[in-house]
Design a protein. Sequence first.
Length: 109
Amino acid sequence: MPDSLNVLPALLGQSKTGRDHVVEYANRIALRQGQWKFIPPGPVQDQLGPWKQVTFAAPGALFDLSTDPGETNNVAAAHPETVKELSAKLAQIQQSGRTPPLADPSAMP
């Protein structure tokens, strides 16, 4: 899925900054920024396999990858401002046309 952002100047050493976030898409969209990973509410496949379907209720899931790289502890309730910020950023990125809109949960396998 497209999430294009020109980082060539950073790769060539012409700029000290690249991108500050990454949009992931693996059957469900997610936003990674700094130590955080935000997954919007809705169905998602859990683990790498064997897969099982889980559903994140609103406001979604937030993981602190610096202390939980396996994404086992959803800390969204403890960090509502971070959830709000990342949710808004993901919505803005999607509205820019750089990445696909959220999939319709009813269409998920």
